[in-house]
Write a protein that binds this ligand. Structure first.
Ligand SMILES: NC(=O)C1=CN([C@@H]2O[C@H](COP(=O)(O)OP(=O)(O)OC[C@H]3O[C@@H](n4cnc5c(N)ncnc54)[C@H](O)[C@@H]3O)[C@@H](O)[C@H]2O)C=CC1
Ligand SMILES: O=C(O)C1=N[C@H](C(=O)O)C[C@H](O)C1
Length: 271
């Protein structure tokens, strides 16, 4: 039985890896009412029950539509884990219809991330390149470590994901780099080095980026702090994508009824 204070939710991309998991988790929560899913125009599942498309195991009695505008006024919050292009489209519609947005899509430029931050002047919006609790705890460890030894270490980020991932480096590794650059008093764009060019040692205080794509690896991020004779590794591995989907639903519940503003996962986790 559903509770009385249900947040009305739309999930964008319910046929996708993350969208389907988010729908499955949301469907099991008392405080969330799913009111529609939004898929791309032309997909054979448009018009079908959201529960079927997202494989929740039961019909939810609401459809997957191909036009967000047709359902947006009925919801409180939208969760978007789709593509860069669709994420920007969803942001525009959320602003126009004054709806809350949780966006976990990655692959945006820094100017585009700024658009999400600016949208906080008009709507409650939460952007998180990683909605896992443990990844965000790891980011705190990175902050402390980079502040303490960042300028004297060789810092390398290695991230691994599945073969289908569209963007590289991962959104998470960009956030990790930004956190470390910030406490080292630098801009990430000035110190990030992508791949290895030549054999000369990299300047101290720069951050090397390495991306691997193989099989169905859900997500792994390791930061190496290399010294002479020793190294420190800080790592997070996920075994599946559930941790991200659970975090996304928690973010949406957090955002419901909030004043306009740019919120972060740190607000949700209170870390
Ligand atoms: N913030 C986080 O913790 C996490 C973020 N991600 C990010 O989420 C995004 C999605 O990842 P996956 O689920 O693995 O991808 P996916 O390719 O499995 O799913 C994307 C979904 O978006 C849908 N879509 C694309 N264009 C659309 C449109 N115009 N209208 C409606 N739906 C549209 C696709 O049909 C598909 O169902 C990626 O950017 C990924 O990096 C993934 C995992 C965790
Ligand atoms: O595409 C994924 O799978 C993931 N994407 C996010 C990213 O780009 O960092 C978060 C997580 O690593 C899983």
């Amino acid at each position: 039985m559903k509770g009385v204070c249900e947040m009305k939710l739309i999930v964008v991309g319910p046929g996708g890896k993350m969208g389907s998991l988010i729908t499955q988790i949301a469907a099991g929560k008392d405080n969330i009412e799913l009111i529609a899913g939004v898929g791309p125009v032309g997909r054979d599942y448009i018009g079908r029950d959201l529960g079927q498309v997202a494989m929740t195991g039961t019909n939810l009695g609401v459809p997957v539509v191909d036009n967000l505008q047709s359902v947006i006024d009925d919801c409180d919050v939208i969760i978007d884990f789709s593509t860069r292009e669709m994420g920007l489209e969803v942001l525009k519609l959320c602003i126009a219809h004054k709806k809350g947005l949780v966006c976990g899509t990655t692959g945006f430029s820094s100017d585009e991330i700024q658009c999400f931050q600016d949208a906080g002047n008009e709507i409650p919006v939460l952007y998180a390149a990683n909605t896992s609790k443990l990844v965000n705890v790891m980011n705190k460890l990175l902050e402390i470590t980079a502040k303490t030894i960042g300028r004297e270490a060789d810092i390398e980020i290695l991230e691994m994901h599945d073969q289908w991932k569209k963007d590289a480096p991962s959104g998470t590794s960009k956030e990790m780099g930004e956190i470390m650059a910030h406490v080292m008093g630098k801009e990430l764009e000035d110190i990030a080095v992508y791949g290895r060019h030549g054999m000369a040692p990299r300047e101290k205080g720069t951050i090397g980026y390495h991306s691997l794509r193989a099989g169905n690896i859900p997500s792994s991020h390791t930061v190496y702090f290399g010294f002479m004779g020793e190294r420190l590794e800080i790592t997070h591995h996920s075994y599946n994508w559930e941790c991200f989907a659970r975090g996304a639903c928690d973010c949406a519940v957090y955002l419901d009824g909030k004043e306009p503003g740019f919120y972060t996962i740190q607000d949700v986790l209170q870390i």
